[in-house]
Design a protein around this ligand. Structure first.
Ligand code: HAM
Length: 430
């Protein structure tokens, strides 16, 4: 037996239907906002991530899958999409003769060498968007709204948007100085990660998860006191816009996010699982100023977010109100004896040719076994064919919810089946 690689997992059966459902909804909603799909490689030059995600980030320091290829190139499996999307915009000069902002969505696997645990994998899937080249708080607001709409479309989980601003460059510079001043008196008693970050990225200390360090962080200076007037106005108008469009946010002044490229607004989506208990972040994003320039493109700002698809699937599993199981087949079609099997095989092909989803067990089953299997598979109807039906030139369709039975003529198969499905959906609507 060869086991899956640690931290990877197969997405099978109902989970794969839930996955497809999430992907479909996300792509549909992003398309409504006029985002277009971008498909980029999984392998990139390692340098792309050291330059963008940042040398001081956990992702680059500890979590990247990196290797030399046979030609001696230093490559990495993508730990996230944003840097790759910027690289693709620069490589393909997508900014030439195109109206700004450029708006792209993407979906695919990412790789991080993290300690595997619930909601944390080494290979996981992200869906996300990036918008480049229009420095407007409306574009930031819209990105926050799109992620929210996607999550809401999964069945109204209790969502919260945690939001913060890292201000403009001037504000951030003054704030970093204040943080270094404050933390240098405490750093000896803090964890090794905080020590490493004191000079390279003091903002990330605010994000430390060590209990003792959190106590020290609690009394640290707050960004709000260091924001320039422009940065304050920008953030205020963004908050006003998202609130007016139904976003329930809380300001979290310790939210800095784990990637070094952010400037301006940052946010994360979380859901309330039980009273007082929050999910891991379902997704997160923010505004970035220098990323495109850093990878060889023009000096355009951008904004985006990514959602973790496995985390959304976990949420759906845990919340009855959000259950998205993939649909079962329209029909579970079972022959009740050997003579009927051949005929059933042909009937099933005709149904499928007409767009009907049918499961056939490829062998004879008793009525009770056929009904048990149809129910387990969540089929809408069981379709049965035995001696009696063969003699009459019909089949029996049994509604798996109500138990109601109806004959289906073999001669008028399409007419009867379409009528059956029509009645089924009309009754459901009422
Ligand atoms: P991130 O916060 O690193 O941001 O990842 C986004 C989401 O991916 C997380 O909120 C989480 O749902 C999911 N995720 C991250 N790591 C794992 C893991 N090990 N296992 C399962 N799910 C995981 C980014 O990646 C940024 N590129 C987001 C962004 C886009 N910012 C601007 N544009």
């Amino acid at each position: 037996m060869i086991n899956p690689v640690k931290g990877t997992h197969d997405i099978v059966y109902e989970d794969s239907a839930a996955f497809a459902n999430i992907e479909l909804r996300a792509k549909f909603i992003a398309t409504q906002y006029n985002y277009r799909e971008m498909i980029i490689p999984i392998i990139e030059h390692r340098e792309l991530y050291t330059r963008s995600v940042g040398e001081s980030s956990d992702i680059v320091r500890k979590e990247m899958y990196e290797f030399l290829d046979k030609g001696g190139r230093e490559l990495a499996l993508r730990p996230e999409f944003t840097a790759g999307v910027m690289r693709a915009i620069a490589s393909n000069k997508l900014y030439v003769n195109r109206e700004l902002p450029l708006k792209y969505f993407y979906c695919g696997p990412c790789f991080r060498y993290e300690r595997p645990q619930a909601g944390r994998y080494r290979q996981f899937y992200q869906f996300g968007i990036e918008a480049i080249g229009e420095p407007s708080s409306y574009l930031d607001s819209e990105a926050i709204i799109i992620g929210h709409r996607i999550l809401e479309s999964l069945g109204k989980p209790k969502l919260k948007v945690k939001i913060n601003t890292l201000g403009d460059e001037e504000s951030r510079k003054r704030y970093k100085e204040a943080l270094i001043n404050y933390f240098k008196d405490h750093i000896d008693e803090m964890c090794d990660d905080c020590k490493a970050r004191l000079l390279s990225n003091p903002l990330r200390i605010l994000d430390c998860k060590v209990e003792h360090d959190k106590e020290i962080v609690r009394n640290a200076p707050k960004i709000d006191d260091y924001l320039s007037d422009d940065a304050k106005i920008y953030f205020k108008s963004l908050l006003y816009t998202i609130k007016a469009n139904g976003i329930n946010y809380v300001i979290d002044d310790n939210l800095v996010r784990g990637l070094d490229y952010y400037s301006g607004v940052v946010w994360e989506y979380v859901a309330e699982i039980k009273k007082g208990e929050e999910s891991l972040a379902l997704g997160g994003g923010g505004h970035y100023n220098n990323l495109l320039k850093e990878v060889g493109g023009p000096d355009y700002e951008g904004v985006g977010f990514s959602l973790g698809i496995e985390r959304l699937m976990d949420l759906l599993r845990s919340q009855i109100s959000c259950k998205i199981e993939g649909p079962g087949p329209d029909f579970y079609a079972s022959a009740l004896n050997e003579d009927a099997l051949d005929m059933m095989f042909s009937i099933v092909q005709k149904l499928r040719d007409n767009g009907i989803m049918v499961h056939l067990p490829y062998k004879v089953k008793s009525i009770s076994s056929a009904l048990k299997c149809a129910s387990k598979m969540r089929a809408r109807f069981a379709l049965l064919l035995g001696d009696d039906e063969l003699n009459k030139g019909s089949l029996i369709a049994k509604n798996m919810q109500t138990g109601e039975q109806r004959p289906i003529s073999m001669r008028y198969l399409k007419r009867d089946v379409f009528k059956l499905m029509n009645d089924y959906f009309n009754e459901k609507k009422e």
